[in-house]
Design a protein around this ligand. Structure first.
Ligand code: SIN
Length: 274
Protein backbone atom coordinates (compact mmCIF):
# COMPACT_ATOMS: atom_id res chain seq x y z
CA UNK A 1 0.00 0.00 0.00
CA UNK A 2 1.29 3.48 -0.79
CA UNK A 3 0.95 6.36 1.62
CA UNK A 4 -1.65 9.08 1.10
CA UNK A 5 -0.63 12.75 1.14
CA UNK A 6 -3.45 15.22 1.83
CA UNK A 7 -2.66 18.96 1.77
CA UNK A 8 -3.64 20.73 4.99
CA UNK A 9 -6.27 23.41 4.86
CA UNK A 10 -3.72 26.24 5.12
CA UNK A 11 -0.75 27.94 3.51
CA UNK A 12 1.58 24.93 3.85
CA UNK A 13 1.78 21.34 5.06
CA UNK A 14 0.25 17.97 4.31
CA UNK A 15 -1.11 15.12 6.40
CA UNK A 16 0.28 11.64 5.80
CA UNK A 17 -1.87 8.55 6.22
CA UNK A 18 -1.41 4.87 5.47
CA UNK A 19 2.14 4.91 6.86
CA UNK A 20 3.43 2.32 9.34
CA UNK A 21 6.10 4.46 11.04
CA UNK A 22 7.56 1.32 12.61
CA UNK A 23 8.14 -0.31 9.24
CA UNK A 24 9.00 2.31 6.62
CA UNK A 25 9.57 0.85 3.15
CA UNK A 26 11.81 2.31 0.45
CA UNK A 27 8.71 3.41 -1.48
CA UNK A 28 7.35 5.17 1.65
CA UNK A 29 10.67 6.91 2.18
CA UNK A 30 10.74 8.19 -1.40
CA UNK A 31 7.12 9.38 -1.23
CA UNK A 32 7.77 11.13 2.11
CA UNK A 33 10.77 13.00 0.72
CA UNK A 34 8.78 14.12 -2.33
CA UNK A 35 5.95 15.36 -0.10
CA UNK A 36 8.46 17.14 2.17
CA UNK A 37 9.91 19.02 -0.80
CA UNK A 38 6.46 19.96 -2.03
CA UNK A 39 4.59 20.83 1.20
CA UNK A 40 7.46 21.81 3.59
CA UNK A 41 5.68 20.41 6.69
CA UNK A 42 4.31 16.86 7.08
CA UNK A 43 2.03 15.67 9.88
CA UNK A 44 1.75 12.00 10.87
CA UNK A 45 -0.75 11.01 13.59
CA UNK A 46 0.28 8.31 16.09
CA UNK A 47 1.19 5.86 17.45
CA UNK A 48 4.00 6.80 19.85
CA UNK A 49 7.30 5.31 18.69
CA UNK A 50 10.65 4.69 20.35
CA UNK A 51 13.84 6.69 19.80
CA UNK A 52 15.34 4.26 17.28
CA UNK A 53 12.13 4.38 15.23
CA UNK A 54 12.10 8.18 15.33
CA UNK A 55 15.67 8.23 14.00
CA UNK A 56 14.72 5.79 11.20
CA UNK A 57 11.79 8.07 10.28
CA UNK A 58 14.11 11.10 10.23
CA UNK A 59 16.54 9.33 7.90
CA UNK A 60 13.91 9.45 5.10
CA UNK A 61 14.81 13.15 4.77
CA UNK A 62 18.60 13.15 5.21
CA UNK A 63 21.41 12.41 7.63
CA UNK A 64 20.70 12.71 11.33
CA UNK A 65 22.82 15.16 13.36
CA UNK A 66 23.82 14.86 17.00
CA UNK A 67 21.76 16.66 19.63
CA UNK A 68 23.42 19.56 21.40
CA UNK A 69 22.87 17.96 24.78
CA UNK A 70 22.29 14.33 25.78
CA UNK A 71 19.22 13.65 27.92
CA UNK A 72 18.66 11.05 30.64
CA UNK A 73 15.40 10.26 28.80
CA UNK A 74 17.19 8.81 25.78
CA UNK A 75 19.95 6.26 25.25
CA UNK A 76 20.86 8.04 21.97
CA UNK A 77 23.00 11.13 21.39
CA UNK A 78 20.99 12.11 18.29
CA UNK A 79 17.70 12.50 20.15
CA UNK A 80 17.02 16.03 21.40
CA UNK A 81 14.59 16.04 24.30
CA UNK A 82 12.47 19.20 24.48
CA UNK A 83 10.71 19.30 27.80
CA UNK A 84 9.88 21.26 30.94
CA UNK A 85 10.12 18.09 33.08
CA UNK A 86 12.63 18.21 35.91
CA UNK A 87 14.15 15.21 37.68
CA UNK A 88 15.69 16.02 41.10
CA UNK A 89 15.48 19.70 40.16
CA UNK A 90 17.40 19.20 36.89
CA UNK A 91 15.81 19.71 33.49
CA UNK A 92 15.71 16.52 31.42
CA UNK A 93 15.76 18.44 28.12
CA UNK A 94 16.11 21.75 26.32
CA UNK A 95 13.77 24.65 25.43
CA UNK A 96 11.63 23.96 28.49
CA UNK A 97 9.23 26.79 29.07
CA UNK A 98 6.57 28.74 27.28
CA UNK A 99 6.44 30.80 24.14
CA UNK A 100 9.22 30.81 21.53
CA UNK A 101 9.60 33.37 18.77
CA UNK A 102 9.96 32.46 15.11
CA UNK A 103 13.33 30.93 14.29
CA UNK A 104 15.20 28.53 12.01
CA UNK A 105 17.04 25.74 13.78
CA UNK A 106 20.81 26.20 13.71
CA UNK A 107 20.71 29.30 11.45
CA UNK A 108 23.66 30.53 13.53
CA UNK A 109 25.82 27.78 12.00
CA UNK A 110 27.69 27.98 8.67
CA UNK A 111 25.69 24.99 7.45
CA UNK A 112 22.29 25.03 9.18
CA UNK A 113 20.21 21.86 9.33
CA UNK A 114 17.87 20.83 6.54
CA UNK A 115 14.97 19.91 8.77
CA UNK A 116 13.76 18.31 11.96
CA UNK A 117 11.12 15.81 13.05
CA UNK A 118 9.37 16.39 16.37
CA UNK A 119 7.40 13.69 18.19
CA UNK A 120 4.78 14.51 20.86
CA UNK A 121 4.81 12.33 23.98
CA UNK A 122 3.21 14.48 26.72
CA UNK A 123 1.10 17.43 25.66
CA UNK A 124 -0.40 20.23 27.79
CA UNK A 125 -4.20 20.57 27.67
CA UNK A 126 -3.83 24.16 26.41
CA UNK A 127 -1.11 25.80 24.31
CA UNK A 128 2.38 24.60 23.42
CA UNK A 129 1.32 24.54 19.75
CA UNK A 130 4.09 24.67 17.15
CA UNK A 131 3.52 27.22 14.37
CA UNK A 132 5.14 27.08 10.94
CA UNK A 133 5.54 29.96 8.47
CA UNK A 134 5.80 29.28 4.74
CA UNK A 135 8.92 31.21 3.76
CA UNK A 136 8.54 30.53 0.02
CA UNK A 137 5.12 32.19 0.13
CA UNK A 138 6.60 34.89 2.39
CA UNK A 139 9.09 35.76 -0.35
CA UNK A 140 6.59 35.44 -3.19
CA UNK A 141 4.05 37.73 -1.51
CA UNK A 142 6.48 40.58 -0.79
CA UNK A 143 5.89 43.81 -2.72
CA UNK A 144 8.08 43.88 -5.87
CA UNK A 145 9.93 46.94 -4.51
CA UNK A 146 10.90 45.04 -1.36
CA UNK A 147 12.07 42.04 -3.40
CA UNK A 148 14.34 44.41 -5.34
CA UNK A 149 15.54 46.11 -2.17
CA UNK A 150 16.60 42.86 -0.48
CA UNK A 151 18.20 41.25 -3.53
CA UNK A 152 21.72 40.05 -2.75
CA UNK A 153 21.61 41.15 0.92
CA UNK A 154 23.02 39.07 3.75
CA UNK A 155 22.20 39.02 7.45
CA UNK A 156 23.93 38.18 10.70
CA UNK A 157 22.22 35.39 12.66
CA UNK A 158 23.15 34.79 16.30
CA UNK A 159 22.34 32.31 19.02
CA UNK A 160 22.11 32.81 22.78
CA UNK A 161 21.76 29.47 24.55
CA UNK A 162 18.31 29.09 26.13
CA UNK A 163 16.92 32.37 24.74
CA UNK A 164 13.43 31.87 23.35
CA UNK A 165 12.53 35.53 22.74
CA UNK A 166 14.43 38.34 21.12
CA UNK A 167 14.65 40.41 24.32
CA UNK A 168 16.13 37.52 26.33
CA UNK A 169 19.23 37.38 24.10
CA UNK A 170 22.51 38.76 25.44
CA UNK A 171 24.50 41.52 23.69
CA UNK A 172 27.59 39.35 23.65
CA UNK A 173 28.34 37.97 20.17
CA UNK A 174 28.06 34.21 20.66
CA UNK A 175 27.86 31.58 17.91
CA UNK A 176 26.87 33.30 14.67
CA UNK A 177 26.72 32.98 10.88
CA UNK A 178 26.06 35.26 7.93
CA UNK A 179 23.58 33.99 5.34
CA UNK A 180 21.70 35.39 2.32
CA UNK A 181 18.32 36.77 3.38
CA UNK A 182 16.74 35.10 0.38
CA UNK A 183 17.85 31.52 -0.25
CA UNK A 184 17.17 29.19 -3.13
CA UNK A 185 15.89 25.68 -2.41
CA UNK A 186 17.88 23.31 -4.65
CA UNK A 187 15.14 20.71 -5.28
CA UNK A 188 12.51 23.19 -6.45
CA UNK A 189 14.57 26.23 -7.52
CA UNK A 190 12.15 28.37 -5.44
CA UNK A 191 13.29 31.34 -3.39
CA UNK A 192 12.55 31.49 0.35
CA UNK A 193 12.89 34.40 2.76
CA UNK A 194 15.55 33.54 5.33
CA UNK A 195 15.22 35.90 8.31
CA UNK A 196 13.51 35.38 11.66
CA UNK A 197 12.54 37.38 14.73
CA UNK A 198 14.60 35.38 17.24
CA UNK A 199 17.94 34.89 15.54
CA UNK A 200 18.44 37.42 12.74
CA UNK A 201 20.16 40.41 14.33
CA UNK A 202 21.12 42.75 11.53
CA UNK A 203 21.59 43.20 7.81
CA UNK A 204 25.22 43.27 6.78
CA UNK A 205 26.45 46.66 5.57
CA UNK A 206 23.23 48.54 6.43
CA UNK A 207 22.93 51.32 9.02
CA UNK A 208 21.55 50.01 12.34
CA UNK A 209 18.21 51.82 12.30
CA UNK A 210 17.47 51.01 8.66
CA UNK A 211 18.44 47.38 9.25
CA UNK A 212 16.14 47.06 12.30
CA UNK A 213 13.25 48.68 10.44
CA UNK A 214 13.65 46.39 7.44
CA UNK A 215 13.92 43.26 9.61
CA UNK A 216 10.81 44.28 11.56
CA UNK A 217 8.92 44.85 8.29
CA UNK A 218 9.97 41.42 6.98
CA UNK A 219 9.20 39.60 10.25
CA UNK A 220 5.78 41.28 10.51
CA UNK A 221 5.05 40.17 6.95
CA UNK A 222 6.08 36.57 7.79
CA UNK A 223 4.03 36.37 10.98
CA UNK A 224 0.92 38.43 10.22
CA UNK A 225 -0.17 37.87 6.65
CA UNK A 226 -1.79 34.42 6.66
CA UNK A 227 1.33 32.35 6.00
CA UNK A 228 1.14 30.21 9.16
CA UNK A 229 0.05 26.67 9.98
CA UNK A 230 -0.47 26.17 13.74
CA UNK A 231 -0.12 22.56 14.86
CA UNK A 232 -2.19 21.52 17.89
CA UNK A 233 -0.41 18.45 19.22
CA UNK A 234 -1.92 15.08 20.04
CA UNK A 235 0.11 12.37 21.76
CA UNK A 236 1.85 10.29 19.08
CA UNK A 237 1.99 13.00 16.40
CA UNK A 238 5.17 13.43 14.40
CA UNK A 239 5.69 16.69 12.55
CA UNK A 240 8.64 17.04 10.19
CA UNK A 241 9.58 20.39 8.69
CA UNK A 242 11.86 21.74 6.02
CA UNK A 243 14.03 24.15 7.98
CA UNK A 244 15.28 25.78 4.77
CA UNK A 245 11.91 27.19 3.76
CA UNK A 246 9.84 27.28 6.97
CA UNK A 247 10.48 29.09 10.23
CA UNK A 248 8.72 27.98 13.41
CA UNK A 249 7.58 29.25 16.78
CA UNK A 250 5.77 27.92 19.86
CA UNK A 251 2.74 29.29 21.70
CA UNK A 252 2.77 29.75 25.46
CA UNK A 253 1.66 27.03 27.89
CA UNK A 254 1.30 26.64 31.65
CA UNK A 255 4.34 25.70 33.70
CA UNK A 256 1.96 23.57 35.81
CA UNK A 257 1.62 21.13 32.92
CA UNK A 258 4.16 18.67 31.58
CA UNK A 259 5.29 18.82 27.96
CA UNK A 260 7.59 16.15 26.55
CA UNK A 261 8.75 16.07 22.93
CA UNK A 262 11.59 14.27 21.21
CA UNK A 263 13.29 15.66 18.11
CA UNK A 264 15.71 14.43 15.50
CA UNK A 265 17.65 17.01 13.53
CA UNK A 266 18.18 16.37 9.82
CA UNK A 267 21.50 17.63 8.48
CA UNK A 268 22.10 19.45 5.19
CA UNK A 269 24.89 18.75 2.72
CA UNK A 270 25.42 22.34 1.52
CA UNK A 271 25.19 25.84 3.05
CA UNK A 272 22.28 28.11 2.02
CA UNK A 273 22.39 29.04 -1.69
CA UNK A 274 21.85 32.61 -2.84
C1 SIN B 1 11.86 23.61 18.36
O1 SIN B 1 12.05 24.78 18.07
O2 SIN B 1 12.47 22.69 17.82
C2 SIN B 1 10.83 23.27 19.42
C3 SIN B 1 9.44 23.54 19.01
C4 SIN B 1 8.45 23.13 20.07
O3 SIN B 1 8.82 22.88 21.22
O4 SIN B 1 7.26 23.10 19.74
Amino acid sequence: MTIAVKPLDGPLGAEISGLDVRKITEADSKALLEAFNQYHVLVVHGPTINDDELVEFGKCFGLIEKARKKSPLSHRDDIMVISNIRQDGELVGSLPDGEMSYHFDRIHQAQPCKGAALHGLEIPAEGGDTCFANMVRAYETLPEATKKRIEGLKALNTFTYGATKRDSKTDELGPHAIHPIVRRIPETGKKALYVCRLMTDSIVGMAEQESQELLTELCDHIENTGLIYQHKWKVGDIVVWDNRCTSHARTDFSDKERRLMKRVTIGDTIPPLQ
